[in-house]
Design a protein around this ligand. Structure first.
Ligand code: SF4
Length: 188
């Protein structure tokens, strides 16, 4: 039966006087839903602010000067607010730039030029943005010395992976932000 209050709530069986609480909240939510366009309902109900590696959204910020657009990551924008960041650019590094890997706690190029401080500065800037906007989740590019989460290259520039986090992923995790990659979106 229809609820009789000009909304789309249907009750199975008889409405008892004790339905008050259920009916109030159900009517409140459904009435707001009917008053808003579908996109606004979605934003009102499930929106999260998510820090995202800018390269995954197609921004040309990678060391090679290109991006690595990921359709599944970009699709998150339908339900959430995405905040694109590139910690290496925020740390003051140019684009394009030499690739870096983490070697014994230092971030350096194949020739041994150290950029640890730039990577740490970029990580702090990303954390600052996350805190300013109240972000609790991040989706970061896998295997990067900044953004990698769980697995990073081993510092030999040979494509070998080891357990570990990039500088930014590590700092975000230490500050309670849940970090995912484009390869673990199913856990988000
Ligand atoms: S630092 Fe992160 S966001 Fe920037 S290019 Fe590398 S993986 Fe992408």
């Amino acid at each position: 039966m229809h609820c009789g209050k000009n909304c789309a709530v249907f009750h199975v069986g008889k409405i008892s006087p004790n339905d008050g609480v259920h009916s109030y909240w159900t009517h409140f939510i459904i009435s707001i839903s009917l008053a808003l366009p579908v996109c606004d309902i979605t934003r009102w109900v499930i929106v999260m602010k998510i820090i995202v590696s800018a390269c995954l959204l197609g921004i040309h910020c990678r060391y090679s000067g290109d991006g690595c657009y990921n359709e599944a990551v970009a699709a998150l924008a339908a339900a959430h607010e995405l905040i694109p960041v590139c910690p290496e650019q925020l740390g003051g590094l140019p684009t394009p730039r030499e690739p870096n890997e983490i070697v014994g706690g230092e971030v350096m190029t194949k020739n041994g030029n150290k950029f640890t401080r730039s990577f740490e500065k970029g990580a702090r800037e990303v954390l600052k943005i996350a805190k300013l906007l109240g972000c609790t989740h991040a989706v970061l590019k896998s295997r990067s010395p900044s953004c990698g989460s769980g697995k990073i290259y081993d510092g030999t520039f040979s494509g070998t992976l080891i357990d570990g986090d990039g500088v930014t992923a590590k700092l975000l995790k230490e500050n309670g932000i849940l970090v995912f990659s484009e390869e673990s979106l199913q856990n988000l």
